[in-house]
Ligand binder design. Structure first.
Ligand code: PMP
Length: 436
């Protein structure tokens, strides 16, 4: 059997309102009901194009990168590095060397805490985060502060789940060594004014880290326009594979940071007496990376570009408004997170029913949601709830998905005999998709 070396035959994403037909996993029944996948903040589904790109890599090109002189290695290296340039353009970084492949947003944050943080934070210094952070953007800074006897400051939020910018600014001062905030909250959906935050922090000479795990699949991100110093994103939350993410950093800062992990590829030369380190971005990419995952992420970027982030954002905005209106009509339901600038998250509690019971009953209806604290325990505590049920949207969701969620919630209410009301008659418009 000969080797297949033909150019890649990938599945073309067909332009449709939702792009849904490109996601094979969505086309199934769960507990006998059509799957309604509303757990996109936990992880998004993968289009055929991403699956094909990774399969193609293993079937045709598989080889280690940056090392071999043979054809397969050169091909693998080329595809891996092409993915880096795709990401660079996707977030408008000034230089491809500013794109570092990591395991996910969590690793990106830890990388900066362990390198920039260890070098620049001393006893009595301060790091400022917000009250709505994911554990990934709390714990690495806590570990650093504990080690260095530094102080973690928490910028407060209001009842809607919006950052209080004035209060945030008051926390900044000569001791602030870093600010790290989430772009879009996974628990509330709040979109933070990160460009404004960066301006404020820079006035005090503090670099800014933006946790963009929940942002990049929903809105256009331009790291130069935001003028952030670091930005982390997560492949699996933007229709790419798990185990791959990106840390963006301004070259001037990255160049001054010590390496994160030692090993192959991050060195320029090694002797037992002394090792010198490789240039950016390789200095931070020790060992064999997730090559297939990186190529899959590149394909996910192609896919998003093909649909268009402007279109995605407008579509999801309408879908979120529709979902919010539908949920607000349900007696006994309280939305957690009602920020005026919000994306893709409908987090709620239902009077008299534990969120885990809501999630379990919804699952029996084929509706997949997340229940729990969403790795953001402090913010839920602030709202006075131990857990919520969270429906989170992607562009392949439709009004019918929202309707299925609402019908499922009424079923929960019926089973638990709580509160008034059977489901009101459906909005006739709701059978249509939001965009056409
Ligand atoms: N930050 C936020 C806001 C998140 O939602 C998540 C994932 N739930 C992370 C960080 C961690 O991302 P990853 O899974 O890529 O480590």
């Amino acid at each position: 059997m000969g080797l297949v070396t033909e150019p890649r035959a990938m599945t073309e994403p067909r332009a449709s309102a939702s792009g849904r037909e490109n996601f094979p996993v969505l086309d199934q029944r769960v507990h006998g009901k059509p799957l309604v996948y509303l757990d996109n903040a936990a992880t998004t589904q993968k289009p055929q194009m991403v699956l094909d790109a990774m399969n193609q890599f293993y079937q045709v090109d598989n080889s280690n990168i940056h090392r071999g002189v043979h054809e397969l290695s050169e091909r693998s290296t080329r595809h891996y590095e092409e993915a880096r340039v795709k990401i660079q353009r996707f977030i408008n970084a000034a230089d491809w060397r500013e794109i570092i492949f990591v395991r996910g947003a969590t690793e990106g944050i830890n990388l900066v805490a362990y390198t920039y943080g260890r070098r620049h934070v001393q006893a009595g210094d301060e790091i400022v985060i917000s009250a709505m952070e994911h554990h990934s953007n709390i714990v690495p800074w806590q570990i650093l502060c504990e080690e260095k006897q530094a102080i973690l400051r928490i910028a407060p939020i209001n009842q809607r789940g919006e950052l209080l910018l004035d209060e945030f600014e008051k926390l900044l001062g000569p001791r602030t060594k870093l600010v790290s905030v989430v772009h879009v909250s996974n628990a509330l959906g709040t979109i933070n004014p990160v460009a404004e935050i960066a301006r404020m922090a820079h006035r005090h000479g503090a670099p800014v880290f933006i946790d963009g795990a929940q942002a990049v699949a929903h809105m256009k991100v331009d790291v130069q326009a935001l003028d952030c110093d670091f930005y982390a994103l997560s492949g699996h939350k933007m229709f790419g594979p798990t185990g791959i993410g990106v840390l963006y950093g301004k070259a001037a800062l990255l160049n001054k940071m010590p390496p994160y992990q030692g090993g192959g590829d991050m060195i320029s030369s090694v002797t037992f007496a002394k090792t010198t380190y490789n240039d950016l971005p390789y200095k931070f990419e020790a060992g064999t990376p997730n090559i297939a995952g990186t190529i899959g992420l590149g394909a996910a970027v192609d896919y998003i570009n093909e649909i268009g982030l402007d279109r995605i954002q407008a579509y999801e905005h309408e879908l979120l408004a529709y979902g919010t209106a539908q949920l607000e009509r349900i007696p006994g339901l309280r939305l957690i997170g009602t920020a005026r600038e919000k994306a893709s998250v409908l987090s709620f509690v239902l009077e008299g029913v534990h969120p885990h019971d809501v999630g379990t009953i919804l699952d029996r209806e084929g509706v997949a949601v997340r229940t729990g604290h969403h790795c953001a325990q402090p913010v839920l505590e602030w709202f006075g709830v131990p857990a919520t049920t969270r429906a989170s949207l992607a562009f392949y969701n439709t009004r019918q998905d929202i309707d299925a969620l609402v019908a499922g919630i009424y079923k929960v209410k019926e089973i638990f005999g709580c509160g008034a009301g059977s489901q009101p008659a459906r909005d006739s418009q709701s059978r249509q998709e939001v965009s056409s």
